[in-house]
Design a protein around this ligand. Sequence first.
Ligand code: BV8
Length: 251
Amino acid sequence: MLPGQKGIKEVADWLTSASGSGGIAVLTGAGVSSESGIPTFRDKLTGLWEGYDPAKLASPQGFVANPALVWQWYDWRRGIVEAASPNPGHLALARLEQLSQHFTLITQNVDRLHHRAGSKNIIELHGNILNYSCFSKRHPASFVAPGLTEPPLCHCGSPLRPDVVWFGESLPAGAMSLATDAVLSSSVLMVVGTSGLVQPAASLPYIALEAGIKVVEINPVRTPISDQVDVFVEGPSGGVLPHMVSLVEER
Ligand code: BV8
């Protein structure tokens, strides 16, 4: 049997027993949305933005240096997100949650596709691109007229920005401790579609490994944790996850 296939059956056994008692935690990154047509952070961004460093645009410094450019970059991304649909990988994770007594989905993604796929217990570590915030509060998408080419001012006088966590900004209060607790109270952590480069989210698999929790990684490309996890399944999440969850449903 191919190692990948053997891994999938073994993981299905672990998920079946974890769904009953131990609990399942999942950490997702941009890769889980790539089959929905949303560019990941570190693949080449096509079109107008080629050659820009996303980490520079996704930062307070980048916004202050060129608010119109950052505003248009997020407007472009928001358009892609709004036109995208959850893919079979998102749907499989929502199904796995229905099959599990204790299930937490921790995502680095800001596209809300897990919510649209039907997942319920979600921790968004990096915010939500469809909303806005200013330096004092959150604002819903409806607060801003479409088609602007630079950030409008909030009535508090500060410029509006996307409601996401930029590099150099702290995560939402309590998000990391909630995520860490969810990982430590599970018997399996699935790490899906992340390059494992962004902290502190990237520390979660190591926390699980330290605690002796089984860690399963799904990614078409090996990452810094691939040699340390219990099972590395090489493949796209949109193909691997539905197959894995169908094996759990058969048991
Ligand atoms: C913070 C929102 C306190 C914005 C994002 C140590 C500790 C703490 C902080 C740091 C630290 N070291 C450095 C830092 C600073 C920084 C950081 O981590 N820098 C890195 C780049 C070195 N961290 C921070 O600033 C964080 N804040 O800790 O506050 C602090 C602050 C400063 C200094 C110290 C402490 C805030 C980080 C949040 C940044 N915001 N997003 C936006 O979206 O515009 S992060 C951004 O990257 C996205 O959320 C993205 O999801 C995330 C992580 O990337 P990935 O999801 O992994 O995506 P990537 O493209 O990299 O990889 C995609 C993967 O998918 C690949 O592996 C690919 O093979 C795979 N794939 C492709 N197709 C598929 C697939 N997998 C499965 N199926 C497929 N079909």
